[in-house]
Design a protein around this ligand. Structure first.
Ligand SMILES: C[S@@+](CC[C@H](N)C(=O)[O-])C[C@H]1O[C@@H](n2cnc3c(N)ncnc32)[C@H](O)[C@@H]1O
Length: 335
């Protein structure tokens, strides 16, 4: 069944608003502008209410960008219908398909392979040697990318971990594959709120379209991919498609998880990446998420946040400053 969000979107696409529409996006603070109609004010109030629900359920803070997206989606929906719908949303569980559909439309899935080369080289030269030393008895490295979007970060982390293991003598190159030595293994877990992003991550197929997944791919990353042919019905003309090779994919798993949940989906993680998502949250939510991440980690495990994100739970970590930015080593304090 189509969700109200999808229906509203297609209605908008079918009947674009005239350039002079009084419902064109405006900042929430501009209520007293004389040219605004009662109807546009009513729309903004409903959108405000919806945004509060989005923040409570998914952490995404209200802001002009989110507001504009919502105005664009709903501006052609009759006000009475929108009012009823917002009311029913307030009473729906977070797992309801209408909320899921809305969050698909509001989340930003921008990501690409080797997004931060300095961070990747810090991972290989500083973080992985620390983790391999930590795990030399258990011989397993467990990785979690919390907010993995379409999966590029998960495959980057898996590939980098295998390469670091090869350098340390715990994996070897065999018939073009990086294979852990007997007893060793890597497990990489990717989670996201977006089902669409997770579907792409699981399929592990990426096209070389413009500023897409391959915009920053170093040559030595290419051994992770094989060429694939996509059925003409699904392929975009002129785009080449590449699939993550089986020896990398088999170390990975993807699941849906909302960062607002205070119980982590996995425990005992050695390496946790949570990048380019906390920027969408206010500080109290960032702090709750960082606490949940700390709970998921083993003592000595490493947390990597976005460069501009402040560590808000320093009581659980020891900070290190590497060549690619800060990383945080989990101490043994219970969360
Ligand atoms: C910009 S992408 C970041 C991808 C990757 N970590 C990177 O740095 O390239 C942000 C992702 O966060 C996800 N996200 C937003 N709110 C979330 C939430 N409450 N729980 C889980 N994932 C969320 C979005 O769906 C999106 O895929």
């Amino acid at each position: 069944m189509r969700s109200a969000v999808d229906t509203a979107r297609s209605a908008t696409a079918a009947a674009p608003a005239p350039a002079t529409s009084t419902l064109a996006p405006k900042p929430m603070s501009g209520f007293n502008k004389p040219e605004e109609t009662t109807q546009s004010r009513a729309l903004l109030l409903l959108i405000n209410e919806l945004m509060a629900g989005v923040e409570t359920r998914f952490g995404i803070k209200p802001g002009t960008l989110v507001e504009r997206k919502l105005v664009r989606i709903f501006k052609d929906m009759p006000m009475a219908t929108l009012k009823d719908w917002v009311e029913s949303m307030n009473n729906c569980s977070t797992e309801h398909s209408e909320w899921q559909s809305l969050v698909e439309n509001l989340t930003v899935h921008e990501t690409y392979f080797c997004r931060d080369p300095d961070l990747m080289s810090m991972l290989g030269d500083e973080i992985m040697p620390h983790l391999l030393n930590l795990r030399k008895t258990q011989k397993q490295v467990q990785i979690w990318s919390a907010a993995s979007s379409t999966g590029e970060e998960v495959y980057d982390l898996t590939f980098s971990a295998l390469r670091a293991m090869q350098k340390a003598g715990f994996a070897r190159l065999f018939e073009g594959k990086l294979v852990p030595e007997a007893g060793w293994s890597v497990f990489s877990f990717g989670t996201d709120i977006s089902n669409q992003a997770l579907r792409t991550a699981k399929a592990a197929i990426y096209g070389d379209l413009g500023m897409g997944s391959f915009r920053n791919l170093p040559d030595d990353w290419k051994s992770m991919f094989e060429d694939v042919k996509i059925a003409p019905a699904n392929a975009m003309p002129g785009v080449n498609y590449f699939k993550i090779r089986e020896w990398v994919r088999q170390c990975t798993r993807f699941e849906r998880f909302n960062l607002m949940n205070n119980r982590p989906p996995v425990m005992g993680m050695d390496l946790v990446f949570c990048r380019n998502v906390l920027i969408y949250f206010e500080d109290p939510i960032k702090k709750a998420v960082q606490t949940m991440l700390a709970r998921s980690m083993s003592t000595g495990g490493v947390l990597v946040l976005g460069a501009s994100v402040q560590m808000l739970v320093p009581e659980y970590f020891e900070s290190r400053l590497g060549k690619g930015g800060p990383w945080y080593v989990r101490n043994d304090k219970r969360v």
